[in-house]
Design a protein around this ligand. Sequence first.
Ligand SMILES: [Zn+2]
Length: 229
Amino acid sequence: MSAMNDEIELKRIMLDIGHRLWSRGYVASNDGNISVRIGEDEMLITPTGVSKGFMTEEMIIRMTMDGKVVSPGNKYRPSSEYKMHVQVYKERDDLNAIVHAHPSYCTAFAIAGIPLDKCALPEAILTLGSVPVAPYGTPSTDELPDSIIKYIKKGDAILLANHGALTAGVDLLTAYHRMETLEHTAKIMHLAIGLGNVNVISRRNVERLLDIRDKMKISGRVNTSFPED
Ligand SMILES: [Zn+2]
């Protein structure tokens, strides 16, 4: 497939993911952003000021990692959070796609300052690991990318304090699916906490899950520093 066809296909997937984010209520209004790395020094990224549920291909912006727009004639401006995306690509050359959204349960945990670090669900351990809350950083400033550096080195999913969530992956769908798993996990944990008890999976069984993860060659990195039960 030519690079041009590749780019068209990637844009199509970005529109589809944008629609899924919006229809699942993971973003309100013009919130959220999606990017995919193309080549050494460029990425495709969603525009600012547009609902991610109703984007068209010509809105997607091609830009260099140092912030130069290279889509000729594009009248849209890149996401104001593009620096956070660049930071992730800089830290992790195994990650090629990023989804950032404000899903309700993830964001509630991020506001409460409660990490999703309990070994409660096998699927979450396999695909996300322990998910930390990165300290608050003002959106669009360097504070936000700076706040995630130490966390993105350890795992592919992060809650952003008083803001939302970020997931990344080897490709767009992997990054998006991690966001779904993250929000699903946050919702279930919220319900379990409400029931008044959270039983965790024993360390021995967590080790077995991590072995399975190795055998299945699941891409990405999971933070395995769960608090002792
Ligand atoms: Zn945001």
